[in-house]
Design a protein around this ligand. Structure first.
Ligand code: NAI
Length: 678
């Protein structure tokens, strides 16, 4: 044992094999920051002199290595600083690779980003075959690509197709799949890991390398062709001006292929440039915003196991299914047997998609109990009401259930519009009610608004946030005001799109403008997907209290039964698979110059108003809510951040100009000025 190193422990066994355990001091997860890398570098120097029989690198934590230390990215201000950071990482992996003894990465849990690149520097890799093992290079999600040798080494090891797919999508692989593509030498149960590592060192089999067809993709004559196919695939998902990293990655690989030294230099320059660009900075920002939301719920504060959901419709059914998937024991109550049957059917479909293995699907289904009589209510730690949006119905339900609930149980409503103060009137203790506002589809939308009034018990809000984390969702505290945060900010933007359509602009042209801004889906398609009836009801609620007009066009559509995707016809028509017809805008379609500006202005103006009114407590939380609740162009870092980056004055002036042309719905919110003064 050496205690010279704070983060690494080494042991030499009877065979002369050094077992090096990475256990980052004071952290729950291993990340490769400056100090840990310097220590590893110095350890490798010692090993060069010692010449052990072999070296095994493993982790002392629940995961192998989650990646580079992302907080160090935020301190990088110049291309030169970035190059230094990357050179340091590359040098350590190169040193590991050049050790004159066999080396093995012994992997369990997450092995991501820089962690996998370190493992690629080893001669061999073995991993625990449990579901919790994940191997991947997710750098593109942060607006960069691998820089510690991933681009130089992975295509050589597993072939270009698998390697580029991993790096371009950022998807992580199970140990089984990683073994299949040649990334691992062995995927074995945990109890055999050590033996497998030792065997590799003692027997020194040939190192893995892509061969045959796998290797063909790296050939200099094939690379340009494959690169073209990859560019096309990427272009279908991301524009180069919004997300330059995947394009840079393809160029890099096409140019250098398996020429390691050149690829390493290319990685260094390319990542150094990307890391200093707006996209990477904003995506790193989004990463930390997500961490911030996670930190708002402390799982230890409340550990619920039994959940009772009342109302098995679109939302209640999916909330119940999701809670069961995340390990809760769930009862779901509805007056209608048919709705309960639908809940189980939809849940089974979700579980099959997520879990694949019938045995696992059945295990989760066993945790989801249809409960027409509401027998689960009295035992539940959390009761979630998701019956239809009607004050009297909800109030009468609360009167009935409150006396039956367990002491200390959380009572939550999924209402999207009724003030908690109004619903609470039916309770003997109104301050126990909290809003848990989920978004549709529950299995895909990470955000949950935690809705409170000034009188809500602090412990209730705390429990609600803890519960949200237990089911792997992101809690956002918002105040009980019309539309809360997400619907309120989103709706004016959707309504502006409807207005543009009513003025005669084709839906696909309107949607194309939003995509150009970076939205993941156009507002017209989004309105159709949410359901035009739901949009109308939210718009009506907002129109009563805010500066929101409901376009006649929307009312007419709903009256005509054109409800969007669910009715097969909204602004678009839908085929049997639910795909919109004619939603792709061709080149050269006419689009009035104000179109994008009008859409975005309504959204930004409303965001500004929410911040001024204190619907959320700060700009960062507003940005997080709008990104995770609506998908707002992540590479722009959120609406408030966008306002600062694009220039507050210039945007305010633009909106004032729109107000002159289009009227009061563009009245500039006072918040623009207040933020300027503060
Ligand atoms: P829904 O109409 O699909 O489902 C309501 C369900 O409640 C029906 O299955 C009905 O049979 C059942 N129900 C009604 N009264 C009941 C009672 N007293 N006891 C037991 N079951 C009862 O409605 P949806 O869309 O699921 O909405 C539910 C709540 O979620 C509403 O408050 C809505 O505002 C909110 N919400 C809806 C969203 C959406 O996109 N649909 C998004 C977020 C919140």
């Amino acid at each position: 044992m050496t205690d010279k190193y704070k983060n690494w422990q080494q042991e030499k066994d009877a065979d002369g094999i050094v077992w090096l355990t990475f256990d980052l001091a004071g952290a729950s997860t291993n990340t490769l920051g400056k100090v840990a890398m310097e220590e590893l570098d110095s350890l490798l120097g010692e090993l060069e002199a010692q010449r052990p029989t072999g070296l095994v690198i493993r982790s002392g934590k629940a995961n192998f290595i989650a990646g580079a230390d992302i907080s160090e990215f935020t301190r990088v201000q110049t291309v030169e600083q970035a190059r230094e950071l990357i050179q340091r990482g590359q040098a350590v992996v190169n040193r590991l690779e050049s050790l004159r003894c066999p080396t093995v990465a012994m992997i369990h849990g997450f092995c991501l980003g820089g962690g996998l690149e370190l493992a690629l520097g080893c001669d061999y890799r073995v991993a625990d075959d449990a579901d919790s093992t994940r191997l991947g290079l997710p750098e593109v999600r942060l607006g960069i690509h691998p820089g510690f040798g991933g681009v130089a080494r992975l295509p050589r090891l597993v072939g270009a197709t698998s390697a580029m797919d991993m790096m371009l999508t950022g998807r992580s692989l199970s140990a089984r799949v990683a073994k299949k593509i040649g990334l691992l030498d062995y995927a074995v149960p945990q109890r055999h890991l050590q033996r497998a590592a030792r065997e590799l060192i003692l027997t020194r089999p040939p190192k893995k390398q892509a061969s045959g067809l796998q290797a063909l993709g790296n050939h200099m004559l094939v690379r340009p062709l494959l690169a073209r196919v990859l560019r096309k695939k990427v272009a279908a998902k991301a524009r180069p001006e919004h997300y330059p990293a995947p394009y840079a990655l393809i160029d890099l690989w096409r140019e250098h292929g398996t020429d390691k030294a050149a690829a390493l230099r290319g990685e260094e320059l390319s990542v150094a440039r990307l890391i200093n660009g707006d996209t990477a900075r904003n995506l790193v920002r989004v990463f930390f915003l997500q961490e911030r939301l996670k930190s708002l719920g402390d799982k230890r504060a409340f550990v619920p196991t039994r959940i009772h959901v009342i109302g098995g419709g679109v939302m209640g059914g999916d909330i119940a299914a999701w809670c069961a998937l995340r390990g809760m024991q769930v009862t779901v109550q509805d007056r209608s047997d048919e709705h309960l049957a639908q809940v189980v059917k939809r849940a089974a479909k979700l579980y099959k998609r997520k879990l694949k293995k019938p045995r696992l699907v059945q295990q989760v289904l066993d945790r989801l109990m249809p409960d027409k009589q509401g027998l689960g209510l009295a035992q539940a730690d959390v009761v979630i009401e998701a019956i239809f949006e009607n004050v009297e119905a909800k109030q009468s339900l609360y009167r009935e259930i409150e006396p039956q609930m367990k002491e200390g149980a959380l009572l939550a409503t999924n209402t999207s519009s009724i003030p908690l103060q109004v619903l609470g009137e039916a309770l003997s203790d109104p301050n126990r009610l909290v809003g848990l506002h989920f978004f549709n589809p529950v299995s895909q939308m990470q955000l949950v608004e935690i809705v409170t009034t000034p009188d809500t018990d602090a412990s209730v809000a705390e429990k609600a946030a803890a519960f949200t984390r237990h089911i792997d969702r992101l809690p956002l505290p918002v105040s009980s005001s019309p539309g809360f945060l997400v619907n309120r900010v989103l709706m004016p933007y959707l309504l502006e799109a409807v207005t543009l359509e009513a003025e005669g602009l084709a839906p696909k042209v309107i949607d194309a403008e939003a995509l150009k801004f970076g939205m993941p889906m156009g507002p017209i398609l989004l309105a159709d997907t949410v359901g035009l009836d739901i949009c109308l009801s939210v718009a009506e609620i907002l129109s009563k209290e805010l500066n929101v007009e409901v376009p006649t066009r929307l009312r007419d559509m709903v009256a005509a039964g054109r409800l969007g995707k669910k009715s097969g016809h909204g602004f678009y028509k839908y085929d049997k698979q639910g795909k919109p017809l004619g939603a792709k805008a061709g080149r050269g379609e006419y689009c009035p110059p104000d179109t994008q500006g009008r859409l975005i202005a309504r959204l930004l103006n409303e965001a500004q108003a929410c911040l001024r009114e204190g619907v959320v407590s700060e700009a960062d939380l507003l940005d997080a809510g709008i990104i995770f609740g609506t998908g707002f162009a992540p590479f722009r870092g959120g609406p408030m951040h966008y306002i600062e980056q694009a220039g507050r004055d210039a945007l305010a002036e633009k909106i004032a100009g729109l107000q002159k042309t289009y009227g009061s719905r563009f009245d500039l919110d006072e918040g623009w000025r207040i933020s300027e003064l503060s």
